[in-house]
Design a protein around this ligand. Structure first.
Ligand SMILES: [Zn+2]
Ligand SMILES: [Zn+2]
Length: 301
């Protein structure tokens, strides 16, 4: 079915980095991968990149010289695991006709510019972003306000409970939608009613399930959640599928597969996100003809 759909009808998500806090590496981390957060979202041909963790370098290599001239990178926040890939993003080296825009929503309207200029500068880093061939533009907004782009694209945003705040995003395309909810710590009571409203009926929710409930008492206040709270949230909101994301670097493939089997007992469409995994959401048929329950088509590259 997917093979017949025009690419303009598709909402596609590819995970380029799914680890949180820091990278993981070694033979026990092969299936889920080791890069920190970066997700490619295609609304038809339109590219959005969410977060610029170390996975961004692999995405840049994949895009190659045919990368769009203008690239929008929507940052959840500026913790190191979400921005470390920026200077290694190949399209930034392609030429002066390239524009890379970052969007940051958790700094009371300020952009990421001052923070990035402080980090990517000697002695912390040898090259400033401003020295790269492409032109960087940094935009600030207040999480909760929608982002509206020059080409008419629109992305909804919300503020997440995380130290210093983080921004959640909701992308819509041809009646399908995907939400990116990382980094976030669940609140008491749970689920949070504003978050439920934000993700309601989404086709896929990417959620910070860094820990298990059994680990959480030792990690309270760190700004992260559990896969069990993710299942509770998306089921309350009527969302159709759940990708557990921002994986703890100490959780190896064997452990994560046990978690995945456990969560699928409660929610068969829940899964643990894998690096380079592609999720394709095909446009729903209009209007009453849509007979079957829409399903995410999952494939591993
Ligand atoms: Zn993080
Ligand atoms: Zn963080």
């Amino acid at each position: 079915m997917s093979s017949r759909a025009a690419s303009s009808d598709l909402l596609q998500i590819r995970f380029w980095g799914v680890r949180g806090s820091t990278c993981a590496s070694g033979p026990q981390f092969v299936e889920f991968g080791g890069h920190t957060p970066c997700v490619e979202i295609r609304c038809g041909e339109r590219l959005f990149i969410v977060d610029a963790g170390t996975g961004l370098s692999a995405l840049g290599a994949q895009l190659g010289p045919s990368a769009p001239k203008d690239i929008d990178i929507l940052l959840s926040h500026l913790h190191l695991d979400h921005i470390g890939g920026l200077p290694f993003f190949k399209p930034a080296l392609l030429g002066q006709d390239r524009v890379i825009r970052t969007y940051c929503g958790n700094l009371e309207g300020d952009s990421a510019m001052a923070s990035l200029d402080r980090l990517f500068a000697p002695p912390l880093f040898p090259v400033r972003l401003g020295q790269l061939p492409a032109r960087f533009e940094h935009h600030g907004f207040k999480a909760g306000q929608p982002l509206v782009f020059d080409d008419g694209a629109r992305v909804e945003t919300c503020l997440l409970n995380h130290p210093g705040g983080a921004t959640g995003y909701r992308f819509r395309h041809r009646n399908r939608s995907v939400c990116y909810i990382s980094d976030v710590e669940h609140s008491e009571p749970w689920p949070d009613t504003d978050l439920v409203a934000f993700i309601r009926d989404a086709d896929l929710v990417i959620y910070d399930g860094m820990f298990c409930d059994s680990e959480y008492t030792n990690c309270r206040g760190w700004g992260h959640s559990t896969w069990q709270k993710g299942v509770e949230l998306v089921q309350t909101a009527g969302a159709k599928a759940l990708a557990i994301f921002h994986l703890y670097p100490g959780h190896d493939d064997a452990f994560l597969k046990i978690c995945e089997a456990e969560m699928q007992k409660n929610m068969p469409t829940a899964f643990v996100a894998r690096e380079r995994q592609l999720v394709t959401l095909e446009a729903e048929e209009e209007p009453a003809a849509a007979a079957a329950e829409p399903k995410a088509v999952l494939a591993k590259a």
